[in-house]
Write a new protein. Structure first.
Lengths: 196, 260
């Protein structure tokens, strides 16, 4: 193992990728669900769009290191791609952009806060990333204004609920299983506990 | 992706994976800037032809792979057709407002989704993940610790699917109350994730012991280079793009040049 503590170690990378592959499977299952509710209209589908940002949130909350959110989104989207996503190459690019913008949010907090609020903001970042792509790809600006507003509101709410609040509660439940302790760098509390 | 389907290897299987990925990503980005439906329709047809002739899979599987893409086509096109803005009204019913412009834009989006899907399928059906990551390390200098972690992750997919089924069966046997979607997702996600984390830790220890994290002067089991198939790949895609563009501009199907 390299002596430096900078950058991600193999353990971090591998764990992030393996978690993300689990989400990749979910992302893949999410595809058919997404386009089967889409014809219902009124953008009900956008409420569940937020699932595609969850890998970044969960990986960030679990591993708590710079870069894992981006890596997680890339890994999850490549997993989805390798399993034969209906959207093909598109998912890779979306994954990169979404992960990047979630990462920016986490960086803005200097990787020091790990709660539902931060991941909700991260989810909003990822949503903006997906919208940037949709703007180029899907001409979403050409939807009727009421329809576009509905589209945006539904996507933001879905992202916050799924990749913010739900992701945080998922990680809380995982902490109870004891696996989270294996992953995290020793925190200040741990050192304080030694001094006591 | 490894399928247990017998397929014939074509020249597309023997191209350099990194080059193929780069070419297809470039085309992907190029398609984002195509606003002429005629060009896009031609381009999708060209890709469809490559997909049918050179992925090497039997016809019935190709049709099976293609089915979900058709659904994506319909679902992508529909919201723009029904709710898009435009001037020439064809049909109005309550909130639904179909115009000539929104219809064309919707169809354009459908074809765009189709061409993305085909680009993706052309890649994933003709590339083994192992070759892809070896090539990324050798040609694009991806760090080995990332590439090998990805490969380990890919290898775990079947195991995870099996675990998913085990959890599903276990939950079925135990029965239990239905307390909503999120609770249900948690019941699946927590055992799968915790198990994956434990497994990842064990694999990482083993990999580090075998110096998979070492970057200096690695040698590779698979040496991946370039060959004449790679020239063919570049030429074929240039020809498809050029023909699609020329024919789309000079022999249009519909007299519309920009759907925006």
């Amino acid at each position: 193992m390299p002596a430096t503590t900078k950058g991600l170690k193999l353990v971090d990378i591998l764990t992030t990728i393996v978690i993300s592959v689990v989400f990749g499977i979910i992302y893949k299952i999410w595809g058919p669900l997404y386009y089967s509710v889409k014809p219902l209209g009124f953008h009900i589908d956008q409420l569940i769009y937020g699932m595609w940002f969850i890998a970044a949130s969960v990986a960030y909350l679990l591993i708590r290191k710079p870069g894992v959110a981006l890596l997680a989104e890339i890994a999850a989207s490549s997993g989805e791609f390798i399993m034969g996503s209906e959207w093909g190459l598109e998912v890779l690019i979306y994954g990169v952009v979404q992960g990047l913008l979630a990462e920016v949010v986490f960086a803005a907090f200097r990787y020091k806060r790990f709660d539902a609020l931060v991941v909700s903001l991260g989810a909003i970042g990822a949503t903006i990333g997906s919208l940037v792509m949709d703007f180029y790809k899907g001409y979403i600006e050409a939807l009727a204004p009421w329809n576009l507003a509905l589209f945006l509101i539904a996507r933001f709410i879905g992202a916050i609920v799924i990749s913010g609040i739900f992701a945080a509660s998922l990680v809380k439940a995982l902490e109870k299983t004891g696996v989270a302790q294996m992953l995290r760098p020793a925190s200040k509390d741990d050192y304080d506990a030694l001094d006591r | 992706m490894k399928w247990n389907i017998h397929y014939r290897e074509t020249w597309l299987h023997h191209t350099n994976p990194s080059l193929k990925l780069m070419v297809l990503l470039l085309l992907f980005i190029g398609v984002l800037f195509v606003h002429n439906p005629n060009v896009l329709i031609n381009f999708s047809l060209g890709l469809l032809l490559l997909f049918m002739l050179y992925t090497g899979y039997p016809w019935k599987f190709l049709l099976l792979f293609f089915l979900p893409f058709f659904l994506v086509f319909v679902s992508t096109a529909s919201s723009m057709i029904l709710f898009g803005e435009g001037k020439t009204t064809w049909f109005r019913w309550g909130l639904i407002h179909v115009t000539e412009e929104s219809f064309l834009r919707g169809m354009h989006l459908g074809f765009r989704a189709l061409s993305f899907a085909l680009l993706g399928l052309l890649f994933s059906l003709t590339t083994r993940p192992v070759c892809l990551f070896y090539s990324l390390m050798q040609q694009l200098k991806l760090k080995p610790k990332y590439a090998y972690s990805f490969l380990a992750g890919v290898r775990l997919i079947p195991m995870m699917i099996e675990e998913f089924q085990t959890v599903r069966n276990a939950l079925k046997v135990r029965g239990g109350v239905n307390n909503g979607l999120f609770e249900k997702m948690k019941r699946y996600a927590i055992p799968l994730l915790s198990q994956s984390i434990r497994r990842a830790q064990r694999i990482a220890v083993a990999m580090e012991a075998k110096r998979f994290s070492d970057d200096n002067e690695r040698t590779f089991y698979y040496e991946i280079g370039f060959g004449k198939n790679d020239i063919m790949l570049v030429v074929v895609f240039i020809v498809v793009t050029a023909v699609a563009y020329y024919a789309g501009v000079h022999y249009p199907y519909i007299p519309v040049e920009d759907v925006r």
